[in-house]
Design a protein around this ligand. Structure first.
Ligand code: HEC
Length: 100
């Protein structure tokens, strides 16, 4: 092994653990929050997601993902699928709480 590799090798398990603990692997709610707050608040406050379920446009997790993708088209940002999934995850965790 080359000199200098050892400290990095020692750090890797810690990084992997931290990533797992923060839920980085699949959908990333924290990343979704940052994306949402940066790109989605020009038309509505986050309050819109708190309206009564009977008035909400979304009924389940799939519907939320579809709505997020549709709204993403309205922004100037080009979102990736991962971006949209993270935003949906964030909104679901904080507001909708649909089972998935
Ligand atoms: C161009 C304006 C605009 C932008 C930008 C926008 N939205 Fe909205 N969004 C709306 C309007 C208007 C409604 C409400 C429509 C209604 O009341 O029927 C809405 C409703 C929603 C709903 C449904 C709320 C509910 O429970 O009924 C979701 C989810 C949503 N937006 C997500 C997003 C996300 C995520 C972004 C950023 C990617 C975003 N929106 C950006 C205009 C916008």
């Amino acid at each position: 092994m080359k000199r200098g590799c050892k400290p990095i090798r020692r750090l890797l398990p810690a990084i992997a653990l931290a990533a797992a603990a923060c839920g980085v692997a699949a959908q990333d709610g924290a990343r979704g929050q940052a994306l949402y707050e940066t790109h989605c608040l020009e038309c509505h406050y986050e309050r819109i997601h708190k309206r009564d379920a009977s008035r909400s446009l979304v009924r389940d997790y799939k519907g939320l993902q579809a709505e997020v993708a549709r709204r993403g088209e309205l922004t100037k940002q080009r979102f990736t699928i991962a971006d949209l999934n993270d935003i949906a995850e964030y909104l679901n965790r904080t507001h909708y709480r649909f089972p998935r």
